[in-house]
Each structure stands twice: as structure tokens, then as C-alpha cells.
Design a binder for this molecule. Sequence first.
Ligand code: AMP
Length: 353
Amino acid sequence: MTNALKPGATIGILGGGQLGRMLSMAAARLGLKTHIFEPAANPPAGDVAHRVTTAGYDDIEALKTFANSVDVITYEFENIPTEALDIIESLRPIRPTRDALAVSQDRITEKAFLTNLGITVAPYAQIDSLPDLTAALKTIGTPAILKTRRFGYDGKGQARITDISQAEDALKALKGAPAVLEGFVNFTREVSVIAARGIDGAVVCYDPGENVHKDGILDTTTIPATLAAGQHMDAILLAGKILNALDYIGVMGVELFVTDSGLIVNEIAPRVHNSGHWTQNACVVDQFEQHIRAIAGWKLGDGQRHANAVMTNLIGDDVLDHANLEGALHLYGKAEVKPGRKMGHVNQISPKA
Ligand code: AMP
């Protein structure tokens, strides 16, 4: 392919967490280097990357030096300040593009984008005040979930409302941040599709995984998900539709609710995704290599799985038992164990069913 990166080239990654670490390891296997840009000291990705810049997203000089030192820029989280992107964008290509980031950074923009594509989302309303919220609760009904429009992750920035009398407290819990009210979806299960799109427009989707959350954080992903054949195909088709609409380059995670009346998209993440970690041990080409291949302008790899898999996250103290765990162990090298902190994961695989 034209303009494809050659081995020895450098990929810039915004963010130095575990996703940046596993992207760096995949890049190294392909003969590519990574340069991590991360405000916090000693990031997990720093142990395995070629180079690390420790600087804030408001450090214009550091951003310029970073961008000038790499061939292409990608990111491992979506909440990168717009001003930082403005600076680096003129220097190097950003993949996936800023459109994908803009859509996924704001829950209202995301839902409007998906609705326009004919994809179903939970009933929702924009909330900027208490009158907005009481009016929306009357039309959407309870139970409902109030979420911040931006910067939410792992169930943070959310308040469940079971009765209209809780409206004021729910708004206070979100500290006045712009919000969205979502109707509560009575889902039978949660699944996600990890999908990739190459520079040539080719799309490769991994089989959907079934996700179970604990305290708002992903606990396990099981493959295959329990899905009727029609739902399996619907999940893959709608992921492909989203990628094409964004002219996307890279890997995306699409989180779905399965209901009796069809699939509902919860959210999209324009990056490699925790619910795709199972691909490391059950596929020839995992989500990390696939993302690197896509942003390097290489042909996508084979996303077929050769095994069934269960991925279990190691959250907080779970990691203390690491030496005794069965399965393929992936630790993130984080020095400090904290409650709710993702410390690693284990992939258990079994013959493909
Ligand atoms: P989110 O941060 O939006 O991915 O939400 C975290 C988790 O909260 C989801 O994975 C669901 O388990 C649950 N959740 C979020 N939104 C809804 C909804 N509208 N209806 C039911 N459950 C939800």
C-alpha cells in the first residue's frame, strides 16, 4: 500500500496506560517503535516503549517535539484536549481521525450520529438544568440513568434515578456537568464487537464477546457470546456501518445491549478495548496488532479466532494472587495496587465450539 510505514518507523501514542503498553508490544513485534506522550510519571507503557515524553497536554513545545519525532499518531483514550490535537494535527496524521474522537467524546453527539445511521440507542435527552431533567424524566420515565456528556469511564459520572424525586440529588452528584438522561434498557446481556478498518477500507470484525460488569467495571468477557445467528450478524453489520461512516482507520470497540427487540448501541470507543483482550490468546492477529497494522497502512490481519476464551480482569487486590492464576497472564506493571484499578487480566482458552 502507498505511504505504508516501514519497519523502523515510529508510532506516537497519546496516553501511556495498559492499552498503550500492549500497543507498544505489538508494534515492537512488527519492527516498529513507539513514542508515548503521557502527563503522569512512570506510565505502564513506558517499560516497553522506545521513548517516553512526560508532559502535560497543555505543553505546546513538548507536543510539537513529540509529533515531529514520530511518523503517525494514535491514542489509547478518547479524552484528549482539543487544543493538543490542534497542535499535532498539522504536523502528523492522527489515526483514527479527529471525527471519530469528536463523535465519541460527547454522549449526545455520539447518540445523534448513531441515530442518523439508523442504529438504535437508548431513549435520551440533553440535560443542562433541573427543569430539563424533570421534563425528560416525564417523557423517558424511570428507572433512568443520568450520565455526564463527557469524561465518563468505568461507570463513573453516572447516577441512577428510580423516582422523579431523586432528580435534584442526581444532578448534584454530577456536579453541574452537562449531562444526558438515558432510559434504562432492560437488556438480556451485554456484548461488544471489536472491529477494525484498514486504510484501504477493508473491515475485519472479531466475534462478539459477552461482557459482565462488576461495580461498573468490566469483569469478564466470554467468547462466543450467547447470540442468535441473526443478532451475531446484526452486531457485525452495525459495527461495519459505523466504521465506514467515519472513514475510520484502526480498531474500535462497539458496546451493545441485547434486548428482545434487537440490539441497542451503548457506546463506541475509538481505540483498542478492554473487551478485546481475549484476542491476544484466541486469534492469530490480536486487536493490538490489528490496530498497529491499520494505522501503519498495512493490510489487516486475519481476525478469525481459533479458540473459545474467557478474559477476566484483575482489579485491585485480585492481582495479589497472580502467581497462582491459571491461563495466559497479562500484567500491566503498575507499581501501586488500588481498589478499582485495572492491574492485569487473564485469558483462559479452550477448544473452539
Ligand atoms: P457506560 O459507562 O455508559 O458504558 O455504562 C456502564 C455500564 O452501566 C454499562 O455497561 C451497563 O451495564 C450499565 N448501563 C449504562 N447505561 C445503561 C442504560 N441506559 N440502561 C441499562 N444499563 C446501562
